[in-house]
Design a protein around this ligand. Structure first.
Ligand code: NAD
Length: 316
């Protein structure tokens, strides 16, 4: 009998194709609500979830499940404690979308710096001359980028910003080994150094209970009035009400957000109506190339666990 893997949501077929070519059965999920996941998983040995939540209720109710291979790097959608109790291995595809997210962060840095929203909206409205008059972008060359979280993505952003755009880099990461930090990065131990000095702040740390809403009113008050916040990590890192207030009050100049809390953001959120805010729908990690890498990486992760091979990207 071959192993069966549940693919919960649409993804690149590269992973499922690889699984079938290697003797696995692939089952496509019918939905991501708890009840449907439990039903779908009854006859499955592994699962590849994207945003589907692997809760304790799901894990406890699926005794055949042996591996959860997260399509992407974040595992905040997986109850790790429950997996530990039930002996379910968890792997991810760490790094598969790092380039995509890093490029996206730079896109948002540039969009904020050049006030892209304003220019595009006015030009689209037929106001060519007014748009040109409003063009008051700043150069990012020579400016300081503050990087929170110096992991897979943070490192790439720092390299792109420094090597490609001549930015100065400050980084804060309490778990990062100083010897692993390139010369051009000033690793700071006091996060306030970043709020006080950076022209752009970009978030690349995992969301935890400890850092929930860790960027709030106090931090915005410290930031330069000309500074912008970029969040391509997780919405929960930022106190959104405080962000809205800081943008309204002119405490900071703008924000580029690929992640909000909740997701999707409320259609009535003032963030959608602010000209100095650019928002994308949590798609930073989704490029053609990264989708293929994530799908294939997750498929191979299932195989590694189920056949006892060394695991490329273990979580648990
Ligand atoms: N927008 C998207 O589509 C997308 C895609 C992939 C990942 N992400 C998110 O990007 C973030 C970074 O992902 P990654 O792959 O680089 O993860 P990673 O684990 O490689 O790096 C995270 C880094 O954050 C550091 N860190 C932890 N707590 C911190 C804190 N309180 N302050 C500063 N640093 C802290 C860790 O030491 C680690 O070096 C995660 O939140 C992830 O969920 C978003």
């Amino acid at each position: 009998m071959s192993y069966r893997i549940l693919v919960t949501e649409a993804m690149s077929e590269d992973g499922p194709d690889w699984l079938r070519a290697n003797g696995y059965e692939v089952k496509y999920g019918r939905g991501t609500d708890e009840k449907t996941l439990i039903e779908d998983l009854q006859d499955c040995d592994g699962v590849i979830p994207r945003l589907a939540v692997m809760s304790d209720a799901v894990i406890s109710a699926c005794p055949r499940l042996k591996v959860i291979a997260r399509h992407g790097s974040g595992v905040d959608t997986v109850d790790l404690e429950s997996c530990r109790r039930h002996g379910v291995r968890v792997v991810n595809t760490r790094g598969s979308n790092s380039v995509a997210v890093a490029e996206h962060a730079m896109l948002l840095v540039l969009a904020c710096a050049k006030t892209l929203n304003v220019l595009q909206d006015r030009y689209r409205a037929g106001q060519f001359k007014e748009a040109r008059k409003l063009a008051a972008g700043v150069e990012i060359s020579g400016k300081t980028l503050g990087v929170f979280g110096f992991g897979q993505i943070g490192r790439r952003v720092a390299a792109m910003a420094h090597d490609g755009f001549g930015m100065k880099i400050l980084a804060f990461d309490p778990f990062c080994k100083p010897e692993s930090v390139p010369d051009y990065v000033a690793l700071v131990s006091d996060r306030d150094e970043i709020f006080d000095n950076a022209d752009f702040i970009t978030l690349h740390m995992a969301a935890t209970a400890e850092n929930k809403h860790g960027i709030g009113a106090r931090e915005f008050a410290r930031m330069k009035k000309t500074a912008c916040l970029i969040n391509t990590a997780r919405g929960s890192l930022v106190d959104e009400a405080a962000l809205i207030e800081a943008l309204r009050a002119g405490e900071i100049a703008g924000a580029g957000l690929d992640a909000t809390e909740p997701e999707p953001a409320d259609a009535a959120s003032p963030l959608f109506r602010m000209e100095n805010v650019i928002m994308t729908p949590h798609c930073g990690g989704s490029t053609k190339e990264s989708k293929s890498r994530s799908s294939l990486g997750a498929a191979k992760g299932c195989d590694e666990v189920l056949t006892g091979k060394p695991i490329t990207s273990p979580v648990l």
